[in-house]
Ligand binder design. Structure first.
Ligand SMILES: Cc1cc2nc3c(=O)[nH]c(=O)nc-3n(C[C@H](O)[C@H](O)[C@H](O)COP(=O)(O)OP(=O)(O)OC[C@H]3O[C@@H](n4cnc5c(N)ncnc54)[C@H](O)[C@@H]3O)c2cc1C
Length: 398
């Protein structure tokens, strides 16, 4: 019976960052990933017979992603970092594009902005905090939609302090960046390291814990054993995997709902689109939250756009919307890829729930990581993994 020091369930950035730290500590560890590929919500799609790729999930990095940048350095991927060119975002409103400043009320902004220095985010939702500091008008007309676009779901009830969590910046790196090979290449670089064990196509169905040993069972009834365990799965999966062995942990997690997103990436001939290069598009009253463009990393022949649609928008509406926004016909879409994903919808009481969860977790050789702790961003995931890695050291390094 092979016994690992640490098994890690889930091969998204949360699980892979934990596995990266485990590898550096020489722990016998392995990642168990349900799908054939690692990356999870970092999903770079490569279009057939072209050199063109598009991000269908996470797309942008910032110089406040210091834990992630540390990993990029370890796996020699820092040379992939490219500064995001200063392309602006546009608003899509009443079937037309307009600039963001044209929709803002500057007098109202100036009137409210002093509140920025006296209003604390703690305990307030995004709507409560930003209505105060930008004014109701600006919030309704612009900011609300921009925030919905950032987290691909309605942002009103999201905790204000978790939307843009303050983190120290690495000023040697550009403020906003992309990777020349796409973000999924981070995942591939991590698993490409010597002695890294990753079992894709392995969906964990059940977990038990007895006498200091975790037993995991996959979809083919194969068993895996380990002294410590990391669950880096979406929150709903984590709850369902924990409910037999650790029902007390589920109490804090089971009320976190998830929001579904349908992302449609389209490849078009550059000559077919008259739209000037854009960083992205934010919708105020449409079937989608945002469009992320590949224009910051231009290609001579093609342009690519990922539309992040609200849930339950049918395929015909999605294609019609893409054509309307880009002012093209369906025939001008050369290739397309759809990806369904979900993100946690954090809300009121989240911090109290987390504190309760952590209290129950602290004495266990079990780590929980993911985007349902400190925020949805990639760095929020990696910094959670780092904290849990440090906590589990006491179980393994003695
Ligand atoms: C459209 C979109 C755009 C985004 N843009 C950005 C951005 O620009 N910048 C940014 O910082 N963040 C962005 N994010 C957020 C960020 O990408 C995610 O929060 C982060 O990648 C989540 O990583 P994770 O590892 O926690 O979860 P996931 O990536 O969801 O990984 C979980 C993994 O667990 C696996 N799994 C599930 N169940 C099992 C099981 N039973 N057994 C084994 N494996 C299992 C899944 O297959 C998956 O691979 C974006 C997210 C979305 C959806």
């Amino acid at each position: 019976m092979k016994t690992y020091d640490m098994l890690i369930v889930g091969g998204g950035i949360s699980g892979l960052s934990m596995a990266h730290y485990a590898l550096r500590s020489n722990w016998r560890s392995a990642v168990l990933e349900a799908t054939p590929e690692v990356g999870g919500l970092l999903h770079t799609t490569h279009f057939e017979k072209t050199d063109f790729w598009l991000e269908l999930g996470g797309h942008s990095l910032f110089n406040s992603y210091r834990h992630l940048l540390g990993i990029l350095k370890d796996v020699e991927q820092l040379e992939q970092v490219q500064k995001k060119t200063g392309l602006s975002f546009q608003l899509w409103q009443q079937n037309m594009l307009s600039s963001i400043p044209s929709q803002l009320s500057f007098p109202r902004l100036l009137l409210n902005i002093p509140k920025l220095f006296i209003t604390r985010k703690n305990g307030l939702s995004v709507a409560q905090y930003y209505r105060k500091v930008v004014g109701d008008y600006n919030y309704e007309h612009v900011f609300r939609h921009a925030f919905n676009a950032v987290i691909s779901q309605p942002a009103d009830a999201f905790p204000a302090d978790l939307l843009f969590r303050k983190k120290p910046r690495d000023k040697t790196q550009p403020r906003s960046m992309i990777l020349t090979q796409g973000l999924q290449s981070i995942a591939e670089a991590i698993i490409g390291q010597n002695n890294f064990e990753c079992l894709t196509g392995t969906e964990i169905k059940a977990i038990t814990y007895q006498e200091g040993l975790f037993e995991l069972t996959d979809q083919q009834n194969k068993k895996y054993y380990s002294r410590t365990l990391t669950l880096a799965t979406p929150v709903a999966t984590t709850v369902s995997l924990l409910k037999t062995a650790f029902p007390q942990l589920c109490e804090s997690l089971q009320h976190i709902p998830s929001a579904n997103i349908q992302s449609l990436g389209v490849l078009v001939d550059a000559s077919a689109v008259s739209l000037k290069p854009v960083g992205g598009i934010i919708a105020t009253d449409a079937a989608f939250y945002s469009v992320v463009s590949r224009d910051p990393l231009p290609n001579e022949r093609y342009r690519g756009f990922t539309f992040h649609f609200k849930p339950q928008i049918d395929e015909k509406t999605r294609i019609n919307t893409v054509c309307k926004v880009l002012n093209i016909t369906p025939e001008q879409i050369l290739q397309q890829k759809t990806r369904y994903s979900s993100l946690p919808s954090l809300g009121a009481g989240h911090h109290q729930n987390l504190a309760h969860l952590q209290k129950n977790l602290d004495s266990l050789p079990l780590a929980l990581t993911g985007n349902y702790f400190y925020g949805l961003s990639i760095e929020d995931c990696v910094s959670r993994s780092m904290m849990e890695y440090q906590r589990l050291q006491t179980f393994l390094d003695n």
